[in-house]
Design a binder for this molecule. Sequence first.
Ligand SMILES: [Zn+2]
Length: 67
Amino acid sequence: MSDHSPRTAPPVTDVVHQGTPHATWCTHCKAWTGVAGTAVLLGTDGVTVLGTWSGCSICTEEDPRAC
Ligand SMILES: [Zn+2]
């Protein structure tokens, strides 16, 4: 294959990365069952911090309204 088409950079699309989740204290479960992380947006201008997110894998499964 002798394709002389110019090599173009792959299209850059903004990607949201949820970051590395870490354990947090859940006041509802009274245990380290919560998870939280920092969501970032990987865009063409660099990394933009969107904010933090958190949840609990225990009480959110039983009743989402509990927390
Ligand atoms: Zn919980």
